[in-house]
Design a protein around this ligand. Structure first.
Ligand SMILES: C[S@@+](CC[C@H](N)C(=O)[O-])C[C@H]1O[C@@H](n2cnc3c(N)ncnc32)[C@H](O)[C@@H]1O
Length: 207
């Protein structure tokens, strides 16, 4: 586990208005994986939490197949955009926050591209455990993250910093919380990043 405890990774995102840092094809692939792998798991009675929802595009994609959804993000401008892109009467609520709801469980908990932004290990573990607590018995967690296959890698991009942790950094705390990996979808390995790759994971809490 990396020992970076001092840099506040969320601070960049608080005022963010654009989450698309990769090429357009990547986001199409991510959406396609959600349609193929997550939508079939949703029922018309399902409740969805999308934590770190950005502008809400994926929240809406999934919410169409659910009873109700909540999208939460630390960025007020992104939540404003999500809210204004949501027709009145739709089944999605939006909230600005940097923590998931306390004491609520959901059939699907999505957290996509968010945990690499959380640099401090203590905060990372607390957030992961908190998200795990939000998964109802029999529920699904959807994580989409870039993983490092060697040591954790702290990478400074042009305007933000990411920490690419190892699969075990995610899977061990989740296993301790009763959540198991059931599907690993490799989305992309960018040519400059031979030692890391981006994945969409499906994980389950047994009923
Ligand atoms: C790379 S974007 C991904 C957005 C969206 N989930 C997607 O897949 O397109 C990362 C998002 O995580 C949000 N974020 C980062 N740290 C957060 C935190 N501690 N609490 C809530 N949101 C956070 C950012 O504001 C940003 O919208």
């Amino acid at each position: 586990m990396a020992g970076t405890e001092t840099t506040d990774g969320a601070s960049f995102w608080v005022d963010s208005t654009d989450t698309h840092k990769a090429d357009a094809g990547y986001y199409e692939r991510a959406a396609s994986a959600l349609r193929q792998l997550v939508v079939p798991r949703l029922t018309s009675n399902a409740r969805l939490l999308d934590f770190g929802c950005g502008n809400g595009e994926y929240t809406r994609l999934l919410a169409t197949h659910c009873r109700e959804a909540i999208g939460i993000d630390v960025s007020a401008p992104l939540i404003d955009e999500a809210r204004s892109s949501t027709p009145a009467g739709e089944n999605v609520r939006w909230a600005v926050d940097e923590r998931p709801p306390v004491g609520e469980t959901f059939d699907v908990v999505a957290c996509m591209g968010v945990l690499v932004c959380v640099l401090a290990d203590t905060q990372f573990r607390q957030l992961l455990e908190h998200l795990a607590q939000c998964v109802a018995p029999g529920g699904t967690m959807v994580l989409r993250e870039t993983l490092s296959w060697g040591e954790p890698q702290l990478v400074e991009h042009a305007d933000y910093v990411s920490l690419y942790r190892t699969p075990l950094d995610y899977l061990q705390p989740l296993a301790n919380a009763g959540i198991q990996l059931v599907h690993d979808e490799h989305l992309v390995t960018w040519s400059s990043d031979a030692e890391r790759s981006n994945h969409l994971w499906l994980l389950e809490r047994p009923a």
